[in-house]
Design a protein. Structure first.
Length: 141
């Protein structure tokens, strides 16, 4: 003999699938929001990297001004660390202890390469750009 009333059985038959569908939809929305957030952060990080590289070329390799660095930090919402290298990885300016590229990284000219790393004991998001700059002060030598 079944002790469940018709109302209880209908409630379970309707509510359980709704809970399941709502849970799947919530998980999907969370994943999509996380991806969108990462893409927006990466786009901002790329804009910051391009601004830094252009400023370094215009200043002929000088360190970024404090005002520009503060503006870039404000735009990104996180501290900004940068390293500019010349041909053969020769250090030009920035921070000398940048996180290394992953071993399997392939960085093509003009295409940003994003990855997660650890710097100074904290997790960081990194973008690496490789660009050809026809300026004598950045030539190999």
């Amino acid at each position: 003999m079944n002790h469940w009333s018709l109302r209880s059985r209908l409630f379970v038959l309707i509510i359980l699938p709704l809970i399941l569908v709502a849970s799947i939809a919530a998980a999907a929305r969370f994943i999509l929001a996380e991806r969108m957030s990462q893409r927006l952060y990466d786009d901002t990080l790329l804009a910051v990297a391009l601004t830094i590289s252009r400023d370094v070329v215009l200043s002929e390799g000088d360190v970024l001004t404090e005002q520009l660095l503060n503006a870039l930090t404000k735009a990104l919402g996180d501290p900004v660390y940068y390293r500019i290298e010349g041909p053969e990885g020769r250090f030009v300016t920035g921070y000398s202890d940048a996180p290394p590229l992953p071993a399997d990284a392939v960085v093509d000219s003009g295409i940003p390469y994003f990855y997660d790393a650890v710097s100074l004991g904290a997790p960081v998001r990194v973008v690496t750009l490789r660009e050809f700059i026809a300026e004598p002060q950045f030539a190999a030598g």
